[in-house]
Ligand binder design. Structure first.
Ligand SMILES: [Zn+2]
Length: 366
């Protein structure tokens, strides 16, 4: 059963791209049984105490950062101009509350501006396109001087969506922010805990929590070359699509199991690795759904290009409304992702590994 307290702390943590420290601290707090370290970019590495360095290495990846903003400048009237860290849809932003963190670490509530209906001209009431430069954050101040002196806010300060996690225990539904990809971070920790029940594993497992994914999969470029994996499993809080496509066409339905990605914009999956996951899913009764994504990208794009090419299995946890303030996901899908990863690792042997790395050319007759 998913560790709800862990998910709560991970998703509530402040961590727009480039400002992941608080998420790192939550990971340290929950993983005392492992060797944990971090680098200057805030990438976090996690190993079992019996890490041998002699077995093939499977890297578990998830990104730490969430979509957020940075204060770009302060207007004379006290409104904060913002830039996006990662990709929000602009129409999801006006009238939402955010948290600005100043350099003293103080968290200040703000509202993303919107014009009340009372002040809208007729021409403004219809559909209108938005520009991030038209949006601003109001922290309740009335001048630039007040923002700087009373609020201690300066250009460069980070901003995140203001949302608190809740769990509906009766229905197994999580509500909160940043499910893309703190849910993936929880999956790394839970998979390593599950595997800790095994005294011996066929491979060395390294958890690698990557910073700055939402601004161009930057952290994974570092983690992949530090860990030098033979294989990798990427966890992603994947955008749920069950409200946009009918049953049969939807490929990331909440509550329908872990998503196995065949392709997206960044990576085409290793078919032999996916076949191994399918077999595990079928034989252990782990619900999964195959997905061929028209868009999207993950750290798999970077990891797969490391060394002599790293086969990656991309596991998605269906999450509704990612890249906006409020998300839902099903605890059962988190469990399915963790179980899938743990069983794939337990079932890994030299033969399967060789078949994945050679692409099992023997199986494809010319
Ligand atoms: Zn993501």
């Amino acid at each position: 059963m998913a560790d709800i307290q862990l998910i709560k702390e991970l998703t509530n943590a402040f961590g727009p791209s480039g400002f992941e420290e608080e998420v790192c601290r939550v990971i340290y707090r929950h993983t005392g049984e492992f060797q944990v370290s971090n680098d200057a970019m805030c990438n976090v590495y996690m190993k079992r105490n019996d890490f041998s360095g002699k077995k093939p290495v499977v890297m578990l990846d998830a990104h730490l950062d969430e979509c957020g903003f940075m204060v770009q400048s302060i207007r004379e009237n006290g409104l904060l101009n913002i830039l996006m860290l990662g990709g929000f849809h602009l129409t999801s932003l006006p009238a939402h509350s955010v948290i600005v963190r100043n350099r003293e670490g103080e968290k200040i509530k703000g509202i993303i501006t919107s014009k009340p209906v009372h002040f809208l001209k007729d021409s403004e009431r219809g559909n209108q396109s938005l520009d991030i430069e038209e949006l601003a954050v109001d922290v309740g101040a009335s001048s630039r001087q007040e923002v700087e002196e009373v609020y201690g806010i300066r250009p460069g300060d980070p901003v995140m969506p203001d949302v608190s996690f809740e769990y509906q225990e009766k229905r197994g539904i999580c509500f909160g922010k940043a499910f893309d990809n703190r849910i993936g971070c929880a999956c790394i920790i839970e998979t390593m805990r599950e595997l800790a029940k095994d005294a011996q594993l066929p491979v060395d497992v390294v958890g690698a929590f990557a910073a700055q994914e939402e601004v161009g999969t930057r952290g994974a470029a570092v983690t992949a070359q530090v860990v030098k994996p033979d294989l990798a499993i990427v966890f992603e809080g994947s955008p749920a699509d069950d409200f946009y496509y009918p049953a049969g066409l939807a490929q990331c339905a909440m509550g329908k199991g872990v998503q196995i990605r065949h392709m997206d914009k960044s990576y085409i999956s290793n078919p032999v690795f996916m076949e191994a996951a399918h077999k595990i899913g079928d034989s252990r009764g782990i619900p999964y759904q195959d997905a061929v994504r028209r868009g999207g990208s993950t750290n798999a794009g970077k990891i797969s290009l490391e060394g002599q090419a790293v086969p990656v299995l991309v596991l998605g946890i269906p999450s509704r409304y990612v890249h906006s303030h409020y998300n839902f996901c099903a605890a059962a899908d988190v469990d399915a992702a963790v179980k899938m990863a743990a069983e794939v690792i337990r079932g890994m042997n030299q033969e399967t590994m060789d078949r994945i790395l050679r692409r099992d050319l023997a199986a494809v007759q010319p």
